[in-house]
Design a protein around this ligand. Structure first.
Ligand SMILES: [Zn+2]
Length: 172
């Protein structure tokens, strides 16, 4: 099979493949790092296009790590889980048994999530992963501490699965 050539949308020059870290933005305040991520770079004008391989799988891996974490969900994480579930604010609020206004305050970080809502959101995301062939994610035995968004560095393994970088170091 002939290798597909990608041309720069701006100047038409053949683009080069490069591999480097990508900051994958989830919200304006939260991103995760993907190591050795493929991008196309134009050698002439410098245009860069990041290729996200299997974006749904990347999001499901992030969700699994969020479900497993021991500190409370941050507003950004709650919003991310809602996005994964493809629910709007009204629908998600109804599923969680809270008002849309309360959900909005949780997502903005104005209110701290109560533990029941936190666990229910994780349970919904966990079911989603199960139904869509995502990674297994067990609940933490307890939730404590501050609601800080999880810091993650991921990489794509040879089988095309996203993994946490610390695990690669541990396995090496
Ligand atoms: Zn160009």
């Amino acid at each position: 099979m002939k290798k597909q050539e990608h041309k720069c949308l701006f100047c038409g020059t053949a683009m080069r493949r490069e591999f480097g870290p990508l900051e994958y933005s989830i919200t304006s305040k939260w991103s995760v790092t993907v190591l050795d991520n493929e991008s196309l770079v134009c050698p002439k004008c410098g245009e860069k296009e990041d290729l996200i391989v299997r974006a749904l799988h990347l999001e499901m891996r992030i969700a699994a790590e969020v479900i497993k974490k021991r500190n409370p969900l941050s507003g950004d994480e709650l919003r991310f889980l809602r996005g994964l579930l493809l629910l709007n604010g009204r629908e998600f609020a109804r599923s969680l048994g809270i008002s849309p206004e309360t959900l909005s305050r949780y997502e903005k970080g104005v209110y701290r999530l109560n533990q029941t809502v936190d666990r229910l959101a994780r349970a919904m995301a966990s079911l989603y992963l199960l139904r869509h062939g995502g990674p297994a994610a067990e609940f933490p035995p307890f939730i404590e501490g501050r609601p800080v968004s999880i810091k993650l560095t991921l990489y794509l393994d040879k089988k095309g699965e996203y993994r946490v970088a610390d695990e690669r170091r541990a396995a090496a």
